[in-house]
Design a protein around this ligand. Structure first.
Ligand code: AMP
Length: 276
């Protein structure tokens, strides 16, 4: 596996590979890799001739300076974990990606305005800024994203549509810890006790699946989260799996999912579950 640090080398390398008629799979990440990321990389490996992974903590998508500062950065270990599962790892500096501060302002429509979009102003604009650049630089046949950030996939799909990007966006299932907690780079900021307690997020969502209607699901999840003193609920929404707009009944949309964000101490964890 080769490490690329400049945009020029990234572009020329990808262009050469395309000229040889090979397919490219790309996995954008912010590093501090875990099995969730590795599942995307292995899927890309299985479905493409050549695999690119990017490792870049994108400052533009952080709406909280403290969160950006505390975001784990473990490049050496990340490269070891990737090993031969990828052919190229793009690990640039902030100045390389943003020689001048980006000024793009997108409107990704309703999917970007609810939940994470409402809770983190500017976040999805920043996601659009970096993902667009990465996809235009590499022009992968397929780009892989995890369903842990389900809303992000909807936003990326909208961006790809608006910007005429031809890459196929491939959603990948959530990888969990043995205790059920969705794997996340932020989990390493949890104390061992918090890590165990955080397993209740998935447990509660799973338990809510037997309930017959949206009101009962919402009440149950909110009450169960409130019972755990370490948790502070940011939001729990039951929404249409396509439009991401909240639903009042399970019948009104083809797919319905629950989306949750919980603070455990200072750490903000997100998860989701499919009801139908
Ligand atoms: P991040 O480094 O957090 O920006 O994540 C990079 C990619 O990995 C995103 O597409 C995430 O949705 C995906 N990802 C992160 N955690 C998981 C997980 N537990 N299971 C599956 N995909 C994940």
């Amino acid at each position: 596996m080769n490490v690329i640090e400049t945009v020029r080398e990234l572009q020329t390398t990808a262009m050469k590979i395309k000229a040889e008629g090979k397919t490219i799979g790309m996995v954008p990440t912010m590093g501090a890799l875990h099995e969730g990321h590795l599942s995307l990389i292995r899927r890309a490996r299985a479905e493409n001739d050549v695999v690119f992974v990017s490792i870049f903590v994108n400052p533009v998508q952080f709406n909280n300076a403290d969160d950006l500062r505390k975001y784990p950065r473990t490049l050496e270990r990340d490269l070891e974990l990737i090993g031969d599962d990828a052919d190229y790892v793009f690990a640039p500096t902030v100045e390389e990606v943003f020689p001048v501060s980006p000024t793009e302002v997108y409107d990704f429509g309703p999917v970007s305005q609810v939940m994470e979009g409402a809770a983190r102003p500017g976040h999805f604009n920043g996601v659009g800024v970096i993902v667009r650049r990465l996809l235009e630089w590499v022009r992968p046949d397929k780009a892989y994203f995890g369903e842990k950030d389900y809303q992000q996939i909807a936003v990326v799909r909208e961006m790809v549509l608006q910007c005429n990007i031809l890459s196929e966006i491939v959603p990948c299932p959530i990888v969990r810890e043995p205790n059920g907690l969705a794997m996340s780079s932020r989990n390493r900021r949890l104390s061992p006790a918090e890590f165990e307690i955080s397993a209740n997020i998935h447990r509660i969502l799973e338990a809510s699946k037997i309930l017959p209607d949206v009101l009962q699901i919402k009440t149950f999840v909110e009450d169960e989260i409130a019972k755990i003193p370490e948790f502070k609920l940011d939001y729990f929404e039951v929404a249409d799996a396509n439009s991401l707009q909240t639903v009042k009944t399970l019948q009104e949309a083809e797919g319905v999912m629950g989306f949750i964000t919980v603070y455990v101490g200072e750490v903000r964890l997100i998860d989701n579950i499919r009801y139908k």
